[in-house]
Ligand binder design. Structure first.
Ligand code: ADP
Ligand code: MG
Length: 237
C-alpha cells in the first residue's frame, strides 16, 4: 500500500513538472512568434531585424534548455552552480519582457546599483525573473509601472519586482505557489509561482510577497552574495 502511494506521489510530481515545462516553453515561443511578426511587418529594416532575430535565437536556446532540464529530471544530474551576474540577468529578462509591457502601455523602470554575484544557474534565475515580471504586467490592466531594482545589504542580494496592479488578498497571497492556483482562467496555468518558489529555494534564496488589494504587489527575492563587488562598471538601465 505504501509503495503504491509513493508511486502515486511520484507520478503527481512528474505530471506537475510536465505541465510546468509546457508553461516555461510557452513564454519563449510567444516571444519568438511576436518577433517574427515584427520582422514580417518591416522586412527591410535590417538593423532592427538582426537585433530581433538575435534575441529570438537566444529565446529558442532557452526553451531547449528548459526542455532538457525537465527531461533530465528523473536522472541524477549535476546542477549548474556557477557565479551568476544578477544585473546582467535582470537586464536580459527585461529586454525579453519589454514588448509585452509596451503593448499594454506599462513603463518598466530598472535601477541596478551593485556589482555582486550569486551562486546558482543563470537560466533558472532568468525563468524566475520572467515569470515575476510577467505576473506584474498581467496584474496591470490599465497601464502602470513595473519597478525592478536590486541592491546588496548585509551579505544578501535583494531583487525587488514591484507592480501597481490589482494586488491580492491575504488568502490569495497564501495560495501563491500552489500548483494550478490561478485567477486568470484560460490565460493562466497557475504554475508560474510554483516554479519560482522551487527555483529560488534551489539557489538558497527566499521569496517574500507584499500585496495590497487594488494597490499593487512587491515580490522580494533574496540570495546569499557569492562574490563581492566584482570589477565592472555599475550600470543603470
Ligand atoms: P498564472 O500567472 O499562470 O495564473 P502564477 O502561479 O504565476 O500563475 O500566479 C498565480 C496567481 O497568483 C495568478 O493567477 C494571480 O491571480 C496571482 N498573482 C501572481 N502574481 C501577481 C501579481 N503580481 N499581482 C496580482 N496577482 C498576482
Ligand atoms: Mg504567471
Amino acid at each position: 500500500l505504501q509503495l503504491e502511494s509513493i508511486k502515486y506521489e511520484k507520478m503527481q510530481v512528474v505530471s506537475h513538472l510536465a505541465a510546468s515545462m509546457s508553461h516555461e516553453v510557452r513564454n519563449p515561443l510567444t516571444t519568438v512568434k511576436g518577433f517574427l511578426q515584427l520582422i514580417n511587418e518591416n522586412p527591410s529594416d535590417i538593423r532592427v531585424n538582426s537585433e530581433l532575430s538575435k534575441i529570438a535565437v537566444s529565446e529558442i536556446d532557452r526553451a531547449t534548455e528548459v526542455i532538457n532540464q525537465y527531461l533530465n529530471f528523473a536522472k541524477p544530474h549535476p546542477e549548474m552552480d556557477i557565479d551568476v551576474n544578477v544585473t546582467g540577468e535582470i537586464k536580459r529578462s527585461k529586454e525579453i519582457i519589454m514588448p509585452l509591457a509596451t503593448k499594454k502601455g506599462i513603463m518598466m523602470e530598472t535601477e541596478l546599483l551593485h556589482n555582486h554575484l550569486i551562486k546558482g544557474d543563470p537560466n533558472k534565475l532568468q525563468q524566475v525573473l520572467i515569470n515575476l515580471m510577467k505576473n506584474g504586467i498581467e496584474a496591470m490592466e490599465s497601464g502602470g509601472v513595473l519597478d525592478i531594482y536590486s541592491y546588496e545589504k548585509g551579505g544578501q542580494l535583494f531583487i525587488v519586482i514591484k507592480d501597481t496592479g490589482i494586488g491580492m488578498t491575504k488568502e490569495q497571497v497564501t495560495r501563491l505557489g500552489e500548483p494550478y492556483f490561478s485567477l486568470k482562467g484560460k490565460n493562466g496555468t497557475g504554475l508560474g509561482m510554483m516554479t519560482v518558489f522551487q527555483l529560488v529555494s534551489g539557489m538558497n534564496g527566499t521569496v517574500k510577497v507584499f500585496s495590497k488589494k487594488n494597490k499593487g504587489t512587491s515580490i522580494i527575492l533574496s540570495f546569499p552574495v557569492s562574490v563581492e563587488d566584482y570589477d565592472r562598471e555599475i550600470g543603470v538601465i
